[in-house]
Design a protein. Structure first.
Length: 232
């Protein structure tokens, strides 16, 4: 059974999310504060987390950063009344996989959590069933699809599950210009409701991790007015 952490200080909202998740077959951990959420995570691993931003004590952005430092696989959705573009970009830049604003559709939230948990399954135990020869090589990079690790010059690079899937898409389409919508569909799924800008934010994060000079990328190239192209 997939386990989801819900960190929300408003009891009615937290219980609504938790009830619907349990009805959908998930195990749910509930926390009214970030500090309590971290305590629960230290005791039990979760496949996904839903984090409110406006929390007493540590806020949701700081919580997201703290969780992501220790766990690159967990799926993180930030749920917030803050709908400004800058807030969304901030949330995605610090490691969240998705961002939803209040008021929200419970069915849409469940769909996004389900998509996140599918990625976690690919990153974790399901990868062990992959064929033995699952290494894709591109220049100085090696993408190990079984271990879900990207290597550069033999050194592993710590990627989130979303970042890994973007790299997987690039390696499977070398030298091909991929439109943003294709990347969005390939990684987040064809029924994803979010903004295509989530692709740009993750590309910026990837460049910070794999490029020698992120401001002058040599591997993840921008195709202006279209999307991105991988150059190994």
């Amino acid at each position: 059974m997939k386990r989801v952490l819900v960190v929300e200080d408003e009891t009615s909202i937290r219980e609504l999310i938790a009830l619907n998740l349990r009805m959908a077959g998930y195990e749910v951990l509930e926390a009214p504060t970030a500090e309590r959420g971290l305590e629960l995570l230290s005791a039990q691993r979760c496949d996904a987390a839903v984090l409110d931003v406006m929390l007493p004590g540590m806020n949701g952005f700081s919580l997201c950063e703290t969780i992501r430092r220790d766990d690159s696989a967990i799926g993180i959705i930030i749920l917030s009344a803050k709908g400004l573009e800058s807030d969304k970009i901030r949330g995605l830049s610090i490691g969240a996989d998705d961002y939803m604003t209040k008021p929200f559709s419970v069915s849409e939230l469940l769909a996004r959590i389900e998509a996140l948990c599918r990625r976690v399954a690919r990153t974790g135990g399901d990868a062990a069933a992959a064929p033995p020869d699952t290494r894709l090589v591109s220049g100085s990079f090696v993408l190990d699809e079984k271990a879900r690790i990207l290597y550069k010059d033999g050194e592993p690079i710590d990627l989130t599950q979303v970042e890994f899937q973007i790299m997987e898409l690039f390696f499977q389409n070398p030298g091909t210009a991929l439109v943003r919508e294709k990347i969005l569909e390939g990684v987040w799924g064809e029924n994803y409701y979010g903004d295509v800008k989530i692709v740009d934010v993750n590309i910026r994060r990837l460049r910070m991790k794999i490029e020698d000079e992120p401001s002058q990328p040599k591997h993840i190239l921008t195709v202006w007015g279209y999307g991105y192209r991988w150059n190994g």
